[in-house]
Structure formats: C-alpha cells, structure tokens
Design a protein around this ligand. Structure first.
Ligand code: IVH
Length: 667
C-alpha cells in the first residue's frame, strides 16, 4: 500500500514537472508517448486506490488530450427551456392564456429575473449536496459536482429544517460583472482569448477540469425552481422562500403579482433597473404560482405552459466601421463582415458584425468609415441595424462587394434570384475544402471525435486531407506526431473515424455539404430514397415529390451528384464501408401497428434512446406527443418517470407501459 502511495506521489510530481516544461517553458524533455504512459500509470493507480485521490492530481487537469472529461448524468426530470416574448402585450396574452386554462380560478403570477448564465440542477439528499449537473441537451448533462462545490453561495449542508429528504433545486450559475471584468483583464494581460460575455465565461468556467481555478474565478448562483415529491408548500413562491431559509441564494426580485397591472409595472420597473444589477440578466420570467395550477396547465414539447420569459429589448451602440472583410464558407457563399471600433454592448465588447449579403449592404447604404448602430437582437452574432448619416464625411465612398474570392481570387458568381455571391472554385478554394471537412466531422454529422477545426486545417496544410474521403485513409502514424497529438489521442481519432462508418445514412447525406440540404432535409431524403444510388439518379420531379424538398434543393442535389469529383468521393466512401443506405431488414420501420395512437414518452430507457423511441413510434404510424391528456393512448414509461406525469396518467386512467411491453406491442 505504502509503495503505491509513494509511486502515485512520484508520478504526480514528475507529471507536474513535465506539464510545466511543456506548457509553461515550451521545452519538453520527454516524448508524448513517455508522458502518455506515465499518465496512464497514474490513472490506473488512482483508479485502484481511490483513497489517494487528490483534486490537484495532474489527471484532473490535463487538457482534452488525456482527460475523460465529465461523467454524464441522465436528468431525473428533463430540463426544459422557456417560451420567449418580447413585449408587454405578449406577456399579457400569456397571463390571459393561463387564466383561460383555469376557468373560474384566481391566478397569482410570480415575477423573477431571468439570469443570463448557465443552468444547473442540484441534488440534495438528507440535507447535503450530492450532485450538480449541467443542462446538457436537456435529457442528460455533465456531472460538475466537484466544480460546483467551490461556489461559496451554494450550501453544501443545509441550514434550518423542513427540507425534504430528497429534492432537486435548479438555478443559474452566473459570473458577476465584476468577476467577469477581472477575468478578462487577466486574460488580456496573458494574451489569452477573451470571453465574449458573462454567460460564456460562466459555462466555460464550470467545465474547467481544475476546480481550484473554478474556485478562484468567483462564480455565483441564483436558484429559482424547487422540484421533488414532498415539497413544503403547494406554491412556487413559498417553496422558494423556504429554500432561502435553508441557505440558498434566491433573488430579492422574486415577487408575487396578483393582476396584469402588477405584471406590467414589474416589467416597466426592471426594464431600466436591471442595468444596476451586479449580474447579467437578459429578461424576466413569469410563472404561475400554484403547483396544482402548473400541473393542470402542463407542458408543450419544449417548455412549460405555466411559465414564460420576457426578453429585454436589445441594447444599441454606436461605433465606427473600420473596414468590411469578406469570408468564404464551406458552400462557397461569401459573407461580408463589418470590422468595428470595439464598443461595449450589453456587457460585451463588439468588434465584428455580420452584414449578411450584398443586398443588406445596399439597403443600409453603408459607406466606408460610417458611424453605425449595432444591436444584439437575440442572436449571438451582433448585427448592424443602421447608419448615422449625419456623421458621414461628404467624400466617403459606399462599401462595395468584392468581385473575386478573397481566398483563391476566382471571379464570384451569383444566381439572379439570390442574394449570395459564391466562389465557384469548389475543389480548389481552401476555406471551402476545409470547411466541408470540418462540417463532415461535426457532432451532428459523422461525430468524429478528436478531429476538430484546427486539426482539419493542419491536415489539409500538410497535404494529408484534400476531401472528406481522405479521412478514411488516415493512420495513427499520420496523426501521432502532429502538434497537439500523442499516441493516445491519435488512436482515439482513428477510432472515431472508424466508428463514423456506422453513422446512419441520413446523417451521412447531411455531412456531405450539399448546398441547401440541412439536417431535416437529409433525413427525409434518406427515408424516401433508401440508398445513395437511388438518390444519385433521382430527377427533379422525383425529388420534389418528397416532403419538404423544393425545386432549389432538388437542383442543388442533382448539381452535386453531376460532378465527377463528388461521385468519386461517394465511391470512395462506399469502398471504405461508410453507411450509404438504410438498414435492409429494418423491422422497426413501416407498419401501421400504432396508427392513430398518441403516445407520451417519459423517463429514461435502456434498450433504445428517447429519440429512437420517437422514431419507432412514428415509423409504426403512431404519434409522439409531449404532454398527457384525455386523448393519450399510452404512456411509454422508463426509469425515473416524472411524478407529475405519473400522477396525471394515473388520474386519467391511461395505460402505462414499459419498454419491453412497448417493443412487444410492435412485434
Ligand atoms: S425557470 C421549466 N427561471 O432561462 C422552467 N429559468 O430559457 C425552467 N433562467 O434554462 C426554467 N433565470 O437556464 C427559470 N428565473 C428563472 C430563470 C431561468 C434564468 C434560464 C434557465 C432556463 C432558461 C430558459
């Protein structure tokens, strides 16, 4: 035992020293392989002797190359988002809708701030914090307990009394303005990339592998949603006030509002008062207070019917346009980008804004060095919404669109009825080639782990990757000695490439970067045509007969497959074993066994994922609906079915079936 402990210590010290040599001094004294081996030995020992675990061990903080990242946790109850509104009238409509849904009842609304950070779900058991999980995709998130435990405002042990033995509380992790500014100053000093806003900084910090650094950055957390079976009160507000007594930070802005006039006053007040707050907010949230009424109103697929977000008006800033640059996307579309004098806009420094296309430039009648108005209307990328023509110099010239590709200098082309200029040099223009490769490996396409944007660029520059098919010829030895790679990461990337051969046909179609063919379109094409040969030989008429495929998409598909270079890529993908057809004996597809049946899915499953069950239901003629009503025929229940759903299904007498029973049902 003692020798294991000593060896662990020795390895930690050595690895720390090599990390320092590598990352700080830029002069490694051992090879990647030696480093990998040492790390591997330490990982094994730590696994074998968990009692010697130490949050400061190098296994906890090395970059993505070696770390396994976070464990995933399936949410007990899905983490939904909120419907958005942008005006007092829309909020009033929401209140009316709630009242209409609860005839003859008094409806009290709770007004809250909408904190602009990253959401978190905290689990408490017998008064102790046992788990903290990020939202993730709503179904499952990352277990970030260790990092969350460093946030001083989150109680590790609860105070007072009256808390249920088991409960969940949700809220927002934020980085207060002051801490955000301090962090960015530090990063600027160290020439590290700056965080665009406190939201990005908060979520980036939460995912750090070094919890000591997390602790240093000064995250904070506001809680706004208590969930569990034995909550102390029958209404949201009282529960949150109880949570405050147990030690949680619940915002003072949380208020009961008894009528629409109250709601309107609340909006008016916070529309301006929010600017004084120590943390970023992007709106307000209104929730029906009574839990029984919440249950009656229920949920849509994405959000509760009993709550709504009101988004604050985007702030506007005035700044100078320095120059317009032109960028080439993977489909050859040229995007004009305005490079601006840096300006602070809702807490963010803005330096660039998209100008979208030539028509927008014309409509804005934007001139070189104009003073322009910038807004952040909901999207991440700010946009230019106007020009201060009074500030324009008399001799300034209008901004003109480039005539040739800024990368390969090929003359640009444009279809008469479209706004976008395109570089037609598809196979010779670097940003298009690497853009297509980057798209191909992306998570929603072939999901190839380990080949990111930078790697794709590097492999292209080294002549190892000219197109997506070349990926399948890569070997561990091609990657192992590249910057940022070691043996392990090279092996992982090659394994990712190998595994991508099993990605379903629909995603492969999406991954090809056929102009105008998006994710949904690709799936519909796969379903309708069955295999690549059929797709390659379809006419415009046949293609447009498919749901959602219009003439523009159809022509683009035909154009894509008419290119010998693309056909060659397809043939090569085929020869490497990439999935280019739907499964032959797909017993899950095409039956009428569930025709006319409405089925609600709830909980977590083992045999198939929720998404797969949705597909199975639809493939057998059924309809997947999100909330339980009298019209529901079955509830397909997995583990941890939400208690509200369970109660509602039982009270309406709707049959609840498990996965085995369901799969039996469809044979
Ligand atoms: S309630 C089922 N309350 O906004 C309702 N969310 O767009 C769950 N947020 O994912 C959310 N402040 O991250 C709620 N006072 C507040 C909030 C809030 C910020 C975030 C949260 C959520 C997103 C929804």
């Amino acid at each position: 035992m003692e020798s294991a402990k000593q060896r662990i210590e020795q390895l930690r010290e050595e690895l720390d020293r090599h990390n320092n040599n590598y990352y700080v001094l830029n002069s490694p004294t051992i090879t990647d392989k030696e480093f990998d081996d040492m790390m591997h030995e330490l990982e094994n020992l730590e696994h074998q002797y968990p009692e010697y675990d130490d949050p400061y061990s190098p296994t906890h903080r090395v970059g993505s190359d070696l770390s396994k990242g976070f464990k995933q946790f399936v949410h007990t109850r899905r983490m939904l988002s909120l419907g958005n509104t942008y005006s007092v009238e829309e909020v009033d409509d929401f209140v009316h809708r709630c009242k209409d849904g609860l005839p003859g009842e008094n409806v009290t609304i709770v007004g809250e701030l909408k904190f602009d950070g990253t959401s978190i779900s905290l689990h408490y058991s017998h008064g102790r914090l046992v788990r903290a999980v990020t939202r993730g995709d709503g179904e499952r998130g990352d277990d970030v307990t260790e990092n969350v435990m460093t946030i001083r405002s989150i109680p590790l042990r609860l105070q007072g009394s009256g808390w249920p033995d088991e409960f969940e509380i949700r809220g927002e992790i934020v980085l207060p303005w002051k801490a955000f500014e301090r962090l960015n100053e530090e990063r600027a000093f160290n020439e590290e990339p700056l965080f665009a806003n406190p939201r990005n900084a908060a979520s980036g910090t939460l995912k750090l592998l070094n919890s000591a650094e997390v602790s240093r950055r000064g995250l904070d957390a506001y809680l706004y949603y208590l969930l569990g079976d034995n909550l102390p009160y029958d209404n949201h507000y009282d529960n949150m006030m109880a949570a405050r007594k147990w030690g949680f930070k619940v915002s003072d802005a949380m208020t009961l509002l008894t009528d629409i006039a109250d709601v309107d006053r609340y909006i008016k007040y916070w529309d301006s008062a929010r600017k004084e707050l120590p943390v970023a907010t992007d709106g307000l949230v209104f929730k029906v207070n009574s839990l029984r009424q919440q249950l009656n109103l229920g949920f849509t697929a994405k959000s509760p019917r009993w709550a709504i977000a009101y988004k604050f008006q985007a702030e506007r800033a005035l700044t100078r346009l320095n120059h317009v640059s032109f960028e080439v996307g993977r489909t050859g579309v040229i995007t004009p980008v305005a490079n601006l004098d840096p300006v602070l806009l809702s807490g963010t420094i803005v330096k660039r804004a998209s100008l979208h296309n030539e028509d927008i430039i014309r409509q804005l009648d934007i001139h070189e060095h104009d003073m322009v108005f910038v807004e952040k209307g909901g999207e991440i990328i700010p946009k230019i919404t106007g020009v201060d023509t009074d500030a324009r110099k008399t001799d300034s010239r209008p901004v003109t669109f480039v005539k040739e590709c800024p990368s390969c200098h090929t003359p640009l082309v444009k279809k008469d009825d479209e706004a976008a200029w395109i570089c037609p040099n598809k196979y010779g223009c670097q940003p298009q080639i690497t853009g297509r490769i980057e798209h191909f490996v992306g998570r929603r396409m072939m999901n190839i782990d380990g080949i990111g944007d930078e790697t794709a660029q590097m492999l292209y520059n080294k002549g190892l990757l000219q197109n997506i098919a070349d990926l399948y010829t890569l070997k561990v030895s091609d990657l192992e000695y590249l910057d940022g790679f070691g043996l392990k990461s090279a092996q992982r990337a090659i394994q990712g490439i190998e595994e991508s051969k099993n990605v379903p046909f629909g995603r492969v179609i999406f991954a090809l970067s056929i102009p105008y063919v998006g994710e949904t379109g690709a799936k519909k094409l796969a379903k309708a045509c069955g295999d690549i040969d059929t797709l390659m030989n379809m006419s415009v008429e046949q293609l447009t007969a498919i749901d959602d495929i219009g003439p523009r998409i159809a022509e683009s598909i035909i154009d894509y497959f008419s290119s010998p270079a693309n056909r060659e890529i397809i043939e090569r993908l085929r020869s490497y074993g990439v999935t280019l057809s739907n499964p032959v004996n797909d017993n899950q597809s095409q039956s009428d066994l569930l025709a006319g049946k409405s089925i609600v899915i709830s909980g977590t499953f083992t045999r198939h994922s929720r998404d797969e069950y949705k597909e199975i239901i639809e493939a057998n003629g059924g309809k997947n609906v999100s909330s339980i009503s009298k019209k529901t025929d079955y509830v397909l229940a997995g583990d941890n079915m939400g208690p509200a759903k369970l109660q509602k299904a039982q009270s309406l007498g709707i049959p609840i079936i498990n996965e085995e029973q369901f799969l039996e049902l469809i044979g």
